[in-house]
Design a protein around this ligand. Structure first.
Ligand code: GLC
Length: 753
């Protein structure tokens, strides 16, 4: 409730929009769909143009509006919102059950941004003047009901269930080991999902200013959201379970598009491959060791003095030669591109940027300077289309050389010389604004530029990876979770972090396998490659100065275990690809927490150590040093041990032997899972044979096949198969759509009896 609204006076209806007029302020309620309502109060500007929602999501929906002495009720067939004096807003299911009511009790503490955060940022030299309480624009305080659990919120550190924690949305590049008490990491994805005892809802807070969300930490009776600026602008989604919310959220902000097939292959990176010899040694050793490899990443070392869109010929040879020779070996190069553009007269990016006014400026009108890898640098103003177009076109040099994808980093934006002041002038297209508003969408806009550049220049599905982004960036880019470390607790964080990113729209995501900072141990690398074997982005990356981290650096056993799991990954590529194909329509991710499919099984609401790949495969990796037995929870149904074929009844905990080379995996009864032969890289041999893993019980499965590269499938150049199996494992194949060369051979392998 909010006293700067006053009494509810009247309403005006205009198609799907209901303008509710209070004594001191008007609020807009839009019926987006029968299960989604947008609430908007124009504290900042009359119309907000969302960065996350780019297509008008509003569809014609029948709904009613009634006003009586208690206020106003807007109702669709799925959702009811009751609005009263002082902007009290309560959401109900259509059957009257409460979803989210405003908290009407007393606030015990009125703390807006935690002092720990302010102190920490201040100690690091950031400008904290903008974090004062009086600058909070508004807050929303909702009742926390018994049994409510929270998920989503993008890449936040910690556990799967976000209840009782506090987070901030302010893209942050923090070098310390990410712990569960971190308020913010690199991404701001303000989608909060609440799973109640018998229903689910989501709230997408579409606001790019610094905001914070306190999920019962201040007081277990309520949770609140507050922002430092912008409009109060949120979408309330009602559903029966979390899947409904993921579908609705990605209906609004877009789904992850189908990537190129090879991007699902294994990838190697290191900050510190210093020349052609380093790169060749790594690639050739992968081939020699017969460990599959599809991608090699080029970190900042490949540029001349870290100047973006340059190439260091002294150390990496003539432009294009190394890339061509990598491609001959089946390896696609991906290059890093940071936004910070070196301040150096005579450097074309600098000169063009200054001459055309493409860089952000300080409040006094001078081109703003801060320090990143190249030293003094300027920041392109990606909020303007002309700047994005300029940047996009600059990728031509790398594309001409044969680059396979672009890795966008440092785009929070990072700055070594203290945070950019809030008043640095940025533009949102033609509108002059500032860092406070554009910070959280800087990475989003940069990766959108890279996506558009690659798409236009290659005609293929762009492979862009970004560190910083905002809600909706999944339409343009893959994400990785930034600078983790070679620590067991960071391995433990892989599952909750990627599962929450997946539910927050980012179906294509991954962490640095083996850990970026600190020194990996042989055992940790084995357990990491096992745990991340099904993470969509599968890349080993490490930092300069740390122990080298390619598999063979740790001896034969580690090499063998890496080979085993990387080959396993290659076998499952068609399954992961199918999940991404389906996800393009449904928004459902590849890596899923069990709570997404078994929302009302209380055992899985806090299950941090297992995940599902699609619906059929359950992975329960060992995540602790020295442990060789694992307690595994299997939800309802019958499951088959992938390694032994043992039949196990679900809804129970089991103890599984898991020596260093075993990652416990289970396939549900009635599954059909497509696999390919493990190759050394995607494209080594034509994928003309399909092998279906099946488990007892009748099953049905849709499989997609195309050229794995471009947009031809949008024009019909694909095959869609429907496989059905009988209880005895008899396969029936139907081709639902034929537009590509069909498999020569489809076989089945039964797991379990
Ligand atoms: C950042 C990135 C890391 C990269 C390094 C050097 O720390 O997160 O992945 O290796 O910069 O470019």
């Amino acid at each position: 409730m909010n006293n700067h609204f006053g009494k509810l006076l009247r309403f005006e209806q205009n198609n799907n929009e209901v303008k509710v007029v209070f004594e001191k302020q008007a609020a807009y309620f839009t019926v987006v769909r029968e299960d989604i309502i947008r609430v908007m109060v124009p504290f900042f500007q009359e119309h907000s143009v969302s960065k996350a929602i780019e297509k008008n999501p509003v569809v014609e929906t029948s709904y009613s509006v009634l006003q009586d002495e208690d206020g106003l009720v807007i109702a669709t067939d799925r959702i009811k919102v009751q609005i009263a004096d002082d902007f009290a807003v309560d959401f109900y299911k259509s059957d009257g059950g409460i979803l989210a009511a405003d908290y009407r009790g007393e606030r015990t503490i009125v703390k807006k941004v935690s002092w720990e955060t302010v102190e920490m940022l201040e100690a690091e030299g950031h400008d904290v003047s903008g974090l004062k309480e009086e600058e909070i624009q508004f807050q929303i305080v909702k009742q926390l009901d018994e049994g409510d659990d929270f998920y989503g919120l993008g890449d936040k550190s910690g556990f799967l269930n976000k209840k009782y924690y506090e987070y901030e949305n302010w893209n942050s590049d923090l070098p310390q080991a990410h712990n569960e008490d971190f308020k913010a990491l690199y991404k701001s994805v303000p989608i909060l999902m609440c799973l109640k005892k018998n229903a689910a809802y989501g709230i997408f807070f579409d606001n790019t200013f610094r905001s914070s969300i306190n999920l019962g930490k201040e007081n277990p009776k309520y949770y609140y959201y507050t922002a430092k600026g912008g409009n109060l602008d949120y979408y309330f989604m009602a559903g029966d379970d979390l899947q409904d919310i993921v579908r609705s959220y990605t209906y609004l902000t877009g789904t992850t598009p189908l990537p190129q097939l090879w991007t699902l292959g294994y990838q190697q990176s290191r900050w510190g491959y210093e020349n052609t010899e380093d790169i060749n040694y790594v690639v050739d050793t992968y081939r020699k060791e017969q460990i599959p490899l599809d991608v090699i990443h080029f970190d900042i070392d490949y540029m001349e003095h870290c100047k973006v869109f340059t190439w260091d010929e002294a150390n990496y040879g003539k432009k294009g030669e190394l890339f061509a020779s990598l491609r001959e070996r089946g390896v696609k190069p991906v290059t890093i591109i940071d936004p910070g553009t070196k301040l150096e007269e005579g450097y074309f990016m600098h000169d063009e940027g200054v001459a055309n006014d493409y860089f952000v400026k300080d409040a006094g009108g001078n081109v703003y300077v801060n320090v990143v890898w190249p030293g003094d640098s300027n920041y392109p103003d990606f909020g303007r289309k002309e700047v994005r177009d300029w940047w996009a076109e600059k990728h031509r040099m790398l594309v001409d050389m044969g680059v396979g994808g672009i890795w966008n980093d440092m785009n929070e934006p990072a700055s070594f010389n203290g945070e950019l002041p809030q008043d640095v002038v940025f533009y949102d297209e033609d509108r002059k604004t500032n860092h406070a508003e554009m910070h959280n969408v800087y990475g989003h806009l940069m990766s959108k530029a890279a996506y558009e550049g690659l798409k236009g220049l290659t005609g293929k599905r762009p492979f862009v990876i970004t560190r910083a982004c905002y809600a909706g960036s999944q339409k343009y880019t893959t994400v990785w979770t930034g600078d983790n470390q070679s620590l067991w607790h960071h391995l433990q964080m892989v599952i909750p972090q990627l599962c929450n990113l997946g539910m927050s729209g980012f179906a294509f995501c991954g962490t640095d396998v083996g850990g970026f900072g600190a020194d990996c141990t042989p055992e940790l690398l084995c357990r990491w490659v096992e745990a991340a074997c099904f993470s969509p982005l599968f890349r080993n990356h490490s930092a300069k100065g740390t122990r080298t981290q390619e598999p063979w650096r740790f001896g034969k056993e580690v090499t063998d275990i890496n080979r085993k799991y990387i080959k396993l990954r290659y076998q499952f590529i068609p399954y992961i690809y199918d999940l991404l194909y389906q996800g393009e329509t449904t928004g459902l991710p590849v890596m899923r927490p069990l709570v997404l499919h078994y929302s009302y099984d209380p055992e899985v609401r806090n299950l941090n150590s297992e995940y599902l790949v699609g619906e059929h495969l359950l992975v329960a990796p060992v995540l602790e040093q020295g442990v060789t037995k694992r307690v595994v929870y299997l939800p309802e149904g019958v499951w088959y041990d992938y390694w032994t074929g043992e039949r196990i009844e679900g809804k129970q905990y089991i103890l599984k032997d898991a020596p260093i080379d075993v990652c416990p995996m289970y396939i549900k009864a009635g599954s059909i899972i497509p696999t390919y032969e493990a190759v050394q890289y995607v494209g080594e041999k034509p994928y003309n044979k399909l092998r279906l893993l099946i488990t007892p019980k009748e099953g049905s499965y849709i499989h997609f096949q195309d050229n794995g590269e471009d947009y031809a499938y949008k024009n019909g150049a694909y095959n869609l198969y429907r496989f059905t199996t009988s209880a005895e494992g008899q396969l029936n194949t139907e081709i639902l759509h034929e537009g590509y060369s069909v498999y020569q051979n489809i076989t089945t392998v039964m797991i379990g009896k």
